[in-house]
Design a protein around this ligand. Structure first.
Ligand code: PCA
Length: 331
């Protein structure tokens, strides 16, 4: 005779409860919310989502990471503080957005210092130890970092010289981009990537410096018409974990997270490279004029880059100089 249905479910529930209770006793299972600033389809978010899956699977569910892209949990500018203060255990963020806290955070956004993927990689190797120390003092542990594609200039109207930029409203995303606007006579307005389509559509801004990837993700051809490939720098996103949370992770799970982080850095960088040509073609297909800036304008921008490099070195002092020297020695 069959057991009555309710008896069966009761038995199963009891078994599940016993199993669940014993595994909880063995290892504390953790649920980590991971805020990210950029849209779910952006390659950094895709990489972060794969990283999250890798950790969830690799730790056998001891650490389950749930991603929140598009600034849905915390906006870009608030993610670092949220991780620092333990509001969330982990987050992904453009560190150059915090250059006002420490000039070293802006090392990846110095105009015309590292302008290719290889150079950006060398600069990252040179800067990583110092950045890790600064972050450790802020209760943050760095897991991995992935570059954005080279930064170019977007405009609504054609520009052939810095003089043509005077008075243009320029969307900025960090201190370096705001300074660049000032030095070219433009008017900086700070706007998160998640909000740029609307800002351009409503005329809050008519220009920006960013990658082809961000212009493509945000369909900026609906408002802007020109992209000048000046390859000014390759800023980076960083995956950061709260150091108190990190010190509570078992050694074997730390190994898994570190392996997933290494894989994410490799895969994300590869994606960034692939995405460079793909997205520039996407801008063209959207109707934009895409190409290099003319020689005279390039020279004017490089002179501005020299001034900004000197300014950065003055702010970052001996530590900054040591990073630049180590980077140049690697080239
Ligand atoms: N996109 C980001 C930062 C750098 C980039 O290419 C942005 O525009 O906000």
């Amino acid at each position: 005779m069959k057991a009555p249905f309710y008896k069966l479910t009761t038995a199963l529930t009891a078994a599940a409860f016993t199993l669940g209770a014993s595994s909880v006793a063995a290892v504390a299972q953790e649920q980590w919310d991971l805020p990210m600033a950029y849209s779910a389809t952006n390659f950094h978010s895709v990489t972060g989502t794969e990283f999250a899956k890798c950790v969830t699977t690799g730790t056998g569910g001891d650490i389950t990471i749930t991603t929140h892209p598009g600034g849905s949990l915390f906006k870009g500018g608030d993610i670092k503080r949220a991780v620092q203060t333990g509001q969330v255990p982990i987050g992904e963020r453009l560190l150059s957005g915090h250059q006002n806290e420490n000039p070293l955070f802006g090392v990846d956004s110095i105009p015309f210092l590292a302008t290719s993927f290889d150079d950006a990689d060398a600069l990252w190797k040179a800067a990583r130890p110092a950045l890790e120390t600064v972050l450790a003092d802020q209760n943050l542990t760095l897991l991995y970092s992935v570059p954005w594609p080279p930064q170019g200039l977007y405009f609504k109207n054609e520009v052939n010289s810095v003089a043509d930029m005077q008075g243009v409203k320029f969307r900025s995303y960090n201190a370096a981009t705001a300074r660049m606007a000032e030095m070219t006579g433009m008017l900086p307005v700070s706007i998160e990537a998640a909000e740029i389509s609307q800002a351009f559509a409503t005329g809050v801004a008519d220009a920006m410096v960013s990658s082809g990837a961000t212009g493509y993700d945000r369909k900026v051809w609906e408002s802007l018409n020109y992209f000048y490939e000046v390859d000014a720098w390759l800023p980076r996103n960083y995956m950061l974990v709260n150091s108190d949370v990190w010190s509570g992770v078992s050694d074997s799970n730390k190994n898994v997270v570190n392996a997933c982080a290494e894989l994410a850095e490799y895969a994300g960088t590869w994606r960034s490279k692939e995405y460079t040509g793909f997205t520039l073609q996407g801008l063209r297909d959207g109707g934009m004029t895409v190409g290099p800036a003319n020689e005279a304008m390039t020279a004017e921008l490089k002179a501005i880059g020299d001034t900004m490099t000197a300014e950065w070195l003055e702010a970052a002092g001996a530590e900054g100089q040591a990073i630049i020297d180590a980077f140049k020695a690697m080239k």
